[in-house]
Design a protein around this ligand. Structure first.
Ligand code: AMP
Length: 278
């Protein structure tokens, strides 16, 4: 496994393996089984697999957790080595955004709601960094998690709209045994908070069960989620949404593939999750 900081070093290895298919997994590190599931999928579908590890400053708001975001590069590299990854890019912020950097990528409409509304500028940062990581690795396929459903939708749209010759593959959310979606941010939770956190997926599952039993009114599904979340005094709902899967347009009457997504605070920790219904 080759690990490099500089773009030119990654490009060189990429060019030396130009006759191979490349899969790419962009990450912010502090890797867990969710990330590794993307790596395994990429490995199974490509000759070579590249991973980027970069806590991207432009996708964090001023009051967010950029400086405290968990990092453990040594452990991450050991995990990736074990998975048989070929190439890892570990840039520093200045390598990606050198002094005088002025260019950003934005996607309209899809980024207006949900995480885009709660975290202004977030997707501008995500789209910009993913574009740059695409350009460095020039992959044939790029792998993203359903855990960040809006991000997956936005990146799919950006990839298509900007004519990147890259197939975007969205992989299922990997969960802890109690249903909590794996996330690097789970490491912020105290043992008590960690127990409470599983309520988030329980509430989404309860809504899906109602849907499976015939309920199609979005308000009714949202109410069951709110009721279950409010049963835990330490959990505070940021938003709950029922939207058309691809376009993310909000729907009051549900038919067809629907993304039910939630963001909530447990203390200062912001956790997101979603479930596909219909
Ligand atoms: P992050 O390091 O949080 O930026 O995540 C890197 C990639 O891993 C993104 O495409 C995420 O959607 C994906 N990912 C994060 N957590 C999970 C999970 N629990 N299951 C599947 N994919 C995940």
């Amino acid at each position: 496994m080759k690990v490099f900081r500089h773009i030119s070093q990654i490009r060189e290895v990429r060019l030396q393996n130009d006759n191979c298919s490349w899969g790419l997994v962009p990450t912010m590190g502090f890797l867990h089984e969710g990330h590794l599931s993307l790596v395994r999928r990429a490995k199974s579908e490509n000759d070579r697999t590249g991973v980027s590890i970069f806590v991207n400053p432009t996708q964090f708001g001023a009051n967010e957790d950029l400086s405290s975001y968990p990092r453990d590069l040594e452990k991450d590299l050991a995990l990736l080595e074990k998975e048989g990854v070929d190439l890892v890019w570990t840039p520093e912020p200045d390598d990606v955004y050198p002094p005088g950097y002025r260019t950003y990528v934005t996607v309209d409409e899809l980024t207006d709601g949900l995480e885009g509304a709660s975290r202004p500028g977030h997707f501008r940062g995500v789209c910009t960094v993913v574009t740059k990581i695409y350009n460095v690795f020039q992959p044939h396929r790029a792998y993203f998690g359903q855990k960040d459903a809006q991000q997956a939708a936005v990146i799919s749209k950006m990839t298509k709209d900007l004519d990147f010759n890259i197939e975007v593959i969205v992989c299922p959310t990997v969960r802890e045994p109690d249903g909590l979606a794996m996330s690097s941010r789970n490491s912020y939770l105290s043992p008590d908070q960690r127990k409470v956190a599983s309520t988030i997926y329980k509430s989404l599952s309860a809504a899906k069960e109602l849907y499976d039993n015939g309920e199609r009114n979005a308000e009714t599904l949202k109410n069951i989620v709110k009721e279950i979340i409010s049963g835990e005094s330490s959990l505070r709902l940021d938003y709950i949404s029922t939207a058309v899967y691809d376009s993310l347009e909000e729907r009051e009457h549900l038919n067809g593939k629907t993304l039910m997504s939630i963001a909530s605070y447990l203390g200062k920790v912001r956790l997101i999750d979603n479930i596909i219904i219909g």
